[in-house]
Write a protein that binds this ligand. Structure first.
Ligand code: NAP
Length: 247
């Protein structure tokens, strides 16, 4: 069975590894090609966009793909839409592999927002020292907040760096430990954390540290994705593929 995994996530990487190890699948992982040194999954690899939903549909057909797994990040909404359209057009079974979102628990002080515009309005009203943990691609919306000091954490340096009045960039790749996150927030005197509701364990410690320290969290809600069969673990994805193979 030829399986295309749309990746760029820990989930996509783990599934590619499990499929290669299972020995019954030919797996092709697809990465967008945004990061300079991505973690490369085992199996076949392709890099870069397909050219929209039509391009992906063509790829499914010419590469004789039997099953598609969309394991892209919960905020990769365009790819999610294209995957659903292309799979429907070609009649290829599609599964979504997605980590569950984080949920606020007792002691959390979250403000959930739909977009960065709303996040900026919240910060303008209440924040002075902000930990911006949203990656490097969508920083520009925050640059006009001249009265706020930002600690920006990203895997790679923002290029171009938006014109922040007061900002420091910290380059780091998760997973992040609770003790380190606690130290980071305290030593930079952070009052508010801004992040996306990515879910998963690798980036969760900052939320625990924020709760312990009584800090505010501005949490961007996930975008809406097409409604699809969805699982949250490698094992469930393997079971879905195995059932497809024996059908
Ligand atoms: P996006 O906005 O949903 O997609 C934009 C375009 O990038 C797509 O239309 C597609 O181009 C291309 N693309 C996206 N994912 C691809 C993949 N796995 N393989 C081939 N092409 C892909 O995506 P994004 O939010 O920029 O995310 C890009 C990648 O980074 C994804 O693989 C995602 O899993 C990963 N990622 C994203 C985030 C996040 O916060 N958004 C966080 C961590 C990792 P064409 O239309 O030309 O096919």
């Amino acid at each position: 069975m030829r399986v295309l995994v749309l990746g760029g996530t820990g989930e996509g990487h783990a599934l590619a590894r499990a499929l290669v190890e299972a020995g019954k699948f030919h797996v092709v992982s697809s990465l967008a090609g945004r990061t300079k040194s991505p973690r490369l999954p085992p199996g076949e690899l392709r890099l870069g966009g397909f050219g929209g939903a039509e391009g992906l549909a063509r790829y499914l057909s010419t590469s004789r793909i039997d099953a598609l797994v969309d394991a892209t990040h919960p905020f990769a909404a365009t790819m999610g839409r294209h995957a659903a359209e292309a799979a429907r057009a070609q009649g290829v079974p599609l599964l979504r592999l997605e980590r569950p979102p984080w949920r606020a628990v007792a002691g959390d002080n979250w403000r959930e927002v739909e977009d960065w515009e709303e996040a900026v309005a919240v910060l303008r009203a209440s924040a002075r020292r902000v930990f911006l943990a949203i990656g490097r691609q969508e920083l520009a919306a925050f640059a006009p907040l001249a009265q706020v000091w930002f600690l920006i954490r990203a895997v790679e340096r923002p290029d171009p760096m938006p014109p922040f009045a007061q900002a420091e960039v910290l380059l780091a790749r998760g997973p992040f430990a609770l003790e380190d996150e606690r130290r980071l927030l305290v030593s930079h005197r952070i009052d508010t954390v801004v992040c996306k509701n990515s879910g998963g364990s690798a980036a969760e410690a900052k939320l625990t540290a924020a709760r312990e320290l009584g800090l505010g969290v501005v949490m961007r809600r996930r975008p809406v994705r097409p409604s699809l069969p969805t699982v949250s673990s490698t094992e469930e994805a393997l079971a879905w593929l195995a059932a497809l193979g024996s059908a």
